[in-house]
Structures are given as C-alpha cells and as structure tokens.
Design a protein around this ligand. Structure first.
Ligand code: GLP
Length: 244
C-alpha cells in the first residue's frame, strides 16, 4: 500500500486527477471503475477541467459504476449511474455507450443484474483503475463490514447508518427516499482491479483511515483488504492523515 499525504482536499483531487490522466495517456482504452460519494465528487470536476484544458483524448475510455441503489430507474437523480453520467458523459469525457452500471444491464431481477455485471467486467478484460472512497465504518462501494473478501457483484441491505449518512450528507434528501438495498461490485471484484486509488478526506475519516491502514486485515473493516493489493495508493489530506 502506498500512502500519499497532501496538504488539502484540493491537493488530493489534483494528485488523483493526474494519476487518472497519466493512465489514460498510456492506455486510451482504460477501463475505469468510479465510486460516487462526496469524496470523489470534486475529483471528477477537477478531472473534467483537466481534460478540457489539456485536450486529453478520453473517447476510448470505458467507465463502470462501483455500486448502485436497487429499485431505482436508470435516470433517477440520486442514482450512482446518473451522477457519473452528469460528471463524465455530460462533461464530454465518456460516450454514453461507454458508461455502465448495474441499472444499464437490462435485467429485471437483482441476481441476473449482478451476474450480467460480472460477465461484462470480464468481457471488458477486467478493471484497469479503480477509484474509491471509504465509508466511516470502512465500507467500500456498498460492501459493509462482514462482507466476504472473495465476494463478486452482489445485492446488499444498506445499514441504517449508511442510509442516514447518504440522506443527510450526500443527497440532502429524506431518509425514506434512500433505498434499503443496493448492488455493489464485491470486494473480490475490486481486488482484481490492476490498480486501486483510495481517496480519504477530512477529520471525520481520520479514525477509519488509521484503522484500514494499520489494523490487521479483517472483514470487519472491508477496506483493510487493500493492504494486500499489489498496486494500491491511498491518498489522504492532512486532516484525514492526522492519526497515521
Ligand atoms: C457511499 C458509496 C461509496 C462511497 C462511500 C464513501 O456509501 N456507496 O461508493 O465511496 O460511501 O462516501 P463519501 O465519499 O461520501 O464519504
């Protein structure tokens, strides 16, 4: 695990946007998995600006949502796919046909959506670069504590705490609007990515940052599995790195 500490949240975004741009320069057809959440929101804006000002060619890039709510329409405004569509397709970075998420699989049952998503990822040749944030309890995507490390794409019940945080801090909507279930790439799917970058920002993430980096690897802290990934970089701002 490489640990990189930058002074501010903006510096974290700039650093990770540079990683994304440099990987795309080397491999224009890069397959990139993208987490949604507050942490990555400003990164995607910085990356869009970088593409605009440098003229980086991104038309062959292929994007995948890491997770999604189950029970939403494809274009629901709180959906992860919609947020990625706004940040990447509407910004002219990705072609609409090159952005995928569980809800674009066109299957009606949750189980077949999960199966189709894993088949798609395999057909794409696997994930080259995985961009992640982490929840306060160490969750990655919607992989809550206790998720098996070998899991593939699967259906999840969202914990009350996660739904609370999502409604208050992220969507600014009522708790009841947040679906009780989601679909997420599994921890096994994530770990098969060739490169992983985890962003951690802010004082409130200092404790989980310390635990995922230095506690023993345990399914009780899903993100601790990243310690054994061969090419994982954790990029933190000064506040999030306070305890490490
Ligand atoms: C959410 C999302 C994840 C995200 C994580 C952290 O529940 N499902 O994809 O990375 O939790 O969110 P945030 O960056 O808003 O703290």
């Amino acid at each position: 695990m490489n640990i990189v500490v930058r002074e501010s949240k903006n510096d974290v975004d700039a650093y990770v946007a540079m990683i994304m741009a440099s990987r795309i320069m080397l491999n224009p057809g890069l397959v990139i998995a993208l987490a949604t959440g507050n942490t990555t929101k400003s990164l995607y804006q910085v990356f869009a600006d970088m593409v605009k000002f440098t003229g980086l060619k991104t038309q062959e890039l292929q994007g995948l949502a890491v997770d999604e709510y189950w029970g939403l329409q494809e274009n629901d405004s709180i959906g992860c796919f919609t947020r990625l569509k706004n940040a990447f397709v509407d910004a002219g970075i990705l072609k609409r046909s090159s952005l995928f998420g569980p809800l674009t699989m066109g299957a009606s049952t949750c189980e077949s959506v999960c199966e189709k998503y894993d088949v798609l990822i395999r057909k794409m040749g696997g994930i080259d670069l995985q961009i992640l944030g982490v929840g306060n309890n160490g969750h990655l995507g919607f992989n809550e504590p206790g998720t098996p490390f070998a899991s593939t794409t699967h259906r999840v019940s969202l914990s009350q705490g996660t739904r609370m945080v999502l409604s208050e801090k992220y969507h600014k909507s009522s708790f009841s609007q947040i679906p009780e279930e989601g679909i997420t790439m599994g921890l096994g799917t994530i770990m098969l990515s060739r490169e992983i970058v985890l962003l951690i920002k802010g004082e409130q993430k200092a404790s989980i940052a310390k635990r995922l980096i230095s506690d023993p690897v345990t399914e009780a802290i899903p993100a601790s599995i990243l310690q054994v990934h061969p090419c994982c970089t954790v990029v933190l701002d000064r506040e999030a790195a306070r305890l490490i």
